[in-house]
Design a protein around this ligand. Sequence first.
Ligand SMILES: Nc1ncnc2c1ncn2[C@@H]1O[C@H](COP(=O)(O)OP(=O)(O)O)[C@@H](O)[C@H]1O
Ligand SMILES: Cc1ncc(COP(=O)(O)O)c(N)n1
Length: 297
Amino acid sequence: MSASRSSSAPRQASAPRQASATGTPPVVLSVAGTDSGGAAGTAADLTTFAALGVHGACVVTAVTAQDTTAVHAVHPVPPAVVAAQVDAVLGDLPLAAVKTGMLGSPVVVALVAELLAGSPSRPLVVDPVLVATSGAVLGDGAVVAAYVASLLPVATVVTPNVDEARALLGRAPDDRTPARDLAGELALLGAAVLLTGGPDPRHDEHARCCTDWLALPGAEPRALRHPRVATRNDHGSGCTYASALAAHLAQGEGLASAADRAAAYTAHQLVRSAPWRLGRGRGPVAHVHPHPAGEPA
Ligand SMILES: Nc1ncnc2c1ncn2[C@@H]1O[C@H](COP(=O)(O)OP(=O)(O)O)[C@@H](O)[C@H]1O
Ligand SMILES: Cc1ncc(COP(=O)(O)O)c(N)n1
């Protein structure tokens, strides 16, 4: 399908780290699935990029029929078409960072690892999407194995929640290893880890803060704490967080500072959508921004 796949060195112009004198923004690529409800996946990624001042390119890996209650159907994009989208972007746009979300199949995970490996000049943020907020499985055991074998070793940072961290480490869903230790163990698989600790409504309805864990290979995991927003409208928060992280890394920030800013952005958008009544299930994290004339009353 593509000429560039015969070479392991992707074609790419050098990427500007900051907006240039012409106002040209850094470019960040989202590789993700679509969510017809507009909360998660490509919609979350592109709106977050736009809000944070980077140009978003998008490679679509799967089309989901999804709303706030459930994922009703998944239509995977053929791997050759995923590769063609990546080639089109790599051949024309200088990428300052890449963020992956739902990849859906082991073939696509391996393809992304081959074509979009992270580097100091082009960080790769991997959000290992395996289960939706609504409970639907978006990545099975073969996808988990492909993440561990090919994508985590070439990622800059991986952003699992606790359930995804357990799956990547081969632990049972009810394993009780503390999040801090899961983060430390995951960091031994090759990438830095930001284990997101959004409150689990099954156990933590009244928690007053959220703890994300930053783990680097060979270092003690570090807690990044921020206030919890009381809301049921959190569909898409993981995609928003990982995209904000990629946008800040693309603008040259260090990992810890980019993580703090990504959490602050996500929390801000959770505050905005907290009072909304959209859909019958877990509503979307806000992807809107105030009108220049001010927020509507
Ligand atoms: N209710 C909340 N209040 C504040 N921050 C939250 C809340 N829920 C999630 N977050 C934050 O959003 C980011 C994404 O985490 P999470 O929701 O756990 O991802 P996922 O959607 O993959 O489960 C993390 O920084 C997490 O701490
Ligand atoms: C296409 C797509 N990508 C990612 C998610 C995960 O997002 P969430 O954990 O908020 O359900 C999703 N539900 N759908």
